[in-house]
Design a protein around this ligand. Sequence first.
Ligand SMILES: [Zn+2]
Length: 227
Amino acid sequence: MDTGDGLLLFDAGNCGAEAMLIHSIWEMGFRPQDVKWIILSHGHVDHFGAAPFFRKMFGTKIYLGQPDAEMFRTAPEQSMIQESSSCIDMLFEADHEIEEGEILTFGNTSIQFYLVPGHTRGCISCFFNVTDGISIKRAGYYGGFGFNTLQKDFLLEIGDIKLEARKVYLNSIDKVISQKVDIFMGNHASNVDLLKKGSICSNIPEKIPSWIQKAGEITWNKKSRNF
Ligand SMILES: [Zn+2]
């Protein structure tokens, strides 16, 4: 997102995504060195992969939910970093640990943050306005989708013997479900059929982007609660 005072990137790809991310930013007509902030939806390796590289190269500031910053310090294996052998030693301290309800300003954009624990304890969701120069739309980014960490075996392994994380996950969805948004983004492309929608938009450019829609997809996710 171009904030008028630097670029803001939501998540930073998987471990090893540096070149792909830089190429994608160039392809969109921006400069990677202008990425001033990276907001991580949560502390799993498939979301923070290229973040340390951006900080080292461009001085990018990394933002992460406080509970996941704590998880890096106390239970680093829950970041899944051990599953990416090439970046096993790259865990980092965030520049800013996001707290519940915090509102932060990046250039011309203010973002309202909520903690939505469940998938990890420090998943965040954020809400902000965007504009195409004609109208203003409200965008919402739900950073906590993913049932893999709610599976019984996983929860028992990390000591959640009552499977509390599942309740926490559903409570998190309830917390933000009434937010009115025009643009809904999930933290995995598959959550919102993003690639399919992207190809529809590029094939029919005059069509209103189909990811601009009334919130509805989050309801779908709530329904698919068959753990
Ligand atoms: Zn994850």
